[in-house]
Ligand binder design. Structure first.
Ligand SMILES: *Cc1c(COP(=O)(O)O)cnc(C)c1O
Length: 464
């Protein structure tokens, strides 16, 4: 075979891709018809495809490229580490400097007494670690029956068997026999979609109290932990009402249920603070991290656990780990990413300067006739599409039909904005400039105009 490179014609690359590459979360036959877009390079917030088009990436890849694309320092850190020590494990009474340095750095950055990191290769793996860790924790304390983990409908915690069981995505549970036993799901704090006539505050409290009801129903002696994202990401950037997290915290403390904050998206600056837990005043026992930890330049995740949890876990052999737990190259890249985020004050600037600017522009989209609400916290935001603003109605067409039309219109307008159902979501690199924010919102508005016309022409602006 000839060398496959960026210089091959797009159609040839697409044909090879269709013939051999199985894409995640994709109907591959449909993609093969259409041809995958081939991304060839990226810089800052801008992607370039094989046809030479520049596209503003308002998703930071998959919520991960917090630092923006094309920072040579991270490539140099990877090269240095590969030359010095490309791999060694941390299973057999051994360690290495990148894992030491990164775990110490995370202890410094993480709030409260979260001072101990168990490394994984991804967010899914880290949440699998959490399932086994919280159950082992209670077993070590003589309460092996405390096994149930409470999570939420429409939460996302990854795609492995364990993490997808924690997640509350119905289409994922429908494939492969999920969830695993001893998982329990409660309602999400999604006021716009499910709050009806209640005020957001009333509804937030009510949804938090579902946790207390579930604990009472299952029995306190059977519940190990509650897991949630500070802000649901893949579920549609659902920002909980202000009453939600304080009540969840109260309930976890009252019943001594471990609280796991899945910070895979919210961590490392996304909400304008280092962690979403700081934005919402959450005091978790465990935080799941991945994505922004390395800005996506290398695959790495982990669980940062409290002194109390570590004290119990450290007294037993946790028969668990991944070949690539604490991979030295991934740790070196993550360290360099954190160094730059800190030294260039990227998180602080994103929170204090970019976020308020983006918020004002983003909320302006709520004036568009296709938009029911526009919400944002830090640099993660969403809009709800609706055929009827006044009633917050859903579309009569299948969920995701309108969202797909808007997403395609965004692509046609050189903007990556993702849809989950009929919510459009953004999560741009933290380094996005004010003028790039202007471009983002202009293109989003144009895409909404185009999609609105198409949905009207196709007779799809009908309420369910
Ligand atoms: C992406 C994501 C995960 C899974 O991380 P992977 O690295 O894809 O395995 C877990 N939790 C949340 C909140 C996520 O957004």
């Amino acid at each position: 075979m000839n060398m496959i490179s960026n210089h091959m014609p797009t159609a040839e690359l697409q044909a090879l891709d269709a013939a051999h590459h199985m894409h995640p979360f994709t109907t591959n036959n449909e993609l093969a018809e259409k041809g995958a877009r081939v991304i060839t390079r990226a810089k800052g917030v801008t992607l370039t495809d094989s046809e030479g088009n520049d596209i503003l990436d308002a998703m930071a890849g998959l919520w991960c490229v917090n630092l923006g694309y094309g920072r040579p320092e991270l490539a140099e850190a990877a090269m240095r580490q590969m030359q010095e020590l490309p791999y060694y494990n941390t299973f057999f009474m051994t360690t290495h400097v990148p894992a030491i340095a990164l775990s110490a750095k995370l202890a410094e950055l993480a709030p409260g007494n979260l001072n101990h990191t168990f490394f994984a290769g991804s967010g899914s793996e880290a949440n699998d670690t959490n399932i086994r860790m919280v159950r082992t924790y209670w077993a070590e304390l003589g309460k092996p029956e405390k096994k149930v983990i409470i999570a939420r409908h429409n939460g996302y915690h990854g795609s492995s068997v364990g993490s997808a069981s924690l997640g509350g995505m119905k289409p994922m549970h429908a494939q492969g026999g999920l969830p695993i036993p001893d998982m329990h799901h409660i309602g999400q704090p999604y006021w716009y979609g499910e709050g009806g006539d209640k005020s957001p505050e009333e509804f937030g409290l009510e949804r938090a109290q579902e946790l207390e009801a579930a604990i009472n129903e299952l029995g306190e002696d059977r519940v190990a932990a509650f897991i949630a994202e500070p802000i649901q990401g893949a579920g549609g950037v659902i920002i909980p009402p202000s009453t939600y997290w304080p009540e969840i915290q109260r309930i976890c403390e009252k019943y001594e249920i471990l609280l796991i904050a899945d910070e895979v998206i919210c961590g490392f600056g996304r909400t304008g603070n280092w962690f979403g837990s700081q934005t919402f005043g959450i005091r978790p026992d465990i935080m799941t991290i991945a994505k922004g930890l390395s800005s996506g330049y290398a695959p790495i995740g982990g669980s940062i656990v409290s002194d109390e949890v570590a004290k119990v876990m450290d007294a037993c052999e946790f028969v668990h780990g991944y070949t690539y737990s604490g991979h030295p190259v991934a740790c070196a890249v993550a360290l360099e990413n954190l160094r730059i985020l800190e030294e260039e004050k990227i998180v602080e600037k994103a929170g204090a300067e970019t976020a308020p600017y983006l918020k004002e522009k983003w909320q302006g989209l709520a004036d568009h006739p296709l938009v029911g609400e526009a919400v944002i916290e830090g640099l993660m935001g969403s809009i709800a599409l609706t055929p009827d603003k006044a009633s917050r109605a859903a579309f009569a067409a299948d969920a995701g039909t309108a969202g797909y039309v808007v997403r395609e219109a965004c692509f046609a307008n050189s903007l990556v904005m993702r849809h989950t159902g009929d919510r459009m979501v953004i999560s741009p690199p933290l380094v996005i400039t004010k003028s790039e924010v202007d471009t983002l919102v202009e293109r989003a508005w144009r895409a909404l105009d185009f999609a609105h016309k198409k949905l009207s022409d196709d007779g799809l602006m009908k309420a369910a």
